[in-house]
Ligand binder design. Sequence first.
Ligand code: NI
Length: 163
Amino acid sequence: MAIRSIVTKEDSVLAKHSRPVTEFNERLHILLDDMKETLTASGGVGLAGPQVGVLRRVVIVIETNVPEEEEEYFIELVNPEIILEEGEQTGPEGCLSFPGEYGIVTRPNHAKVRAQDRNGNFFEVEGDALTARCFCHEIDHLNGILFPERAERMLKPEDFGEE
Ligand code: NI
């Protein structure tokens, strides 16, 4: 596995639409493994293909809503689609491609995703709170949509306690 560099907001790749994955091969597995390692190293909770310069519909999300004695775990999503949204949450959101920038974004509080795994098998997964926010944020990346476009306002440094 290898840590890949995360592209930042100046890079036009982030505004592009990603193509579906059609081959569930070794190359895809390496990409997903690298994305997991990159996400772990970055301290984030979600990462999408375009953020490592790959315009393919792949996302990694860390499920952080686990009981205290259990480990957080990765959710690998290939060709994901939101199939159900419920409720609403409004709160601060950031992005590994926008270091130090946060905005107030309203997202569903619960989301159900249909996706394929690394071998092409379809499955569904649900998430609440941060996980639902993350599903929506990362799938937006696959469509070239970045969180400032969704933000009702961006936070200023004094809003989150930095000078
Ligand atoms: Ni992001």
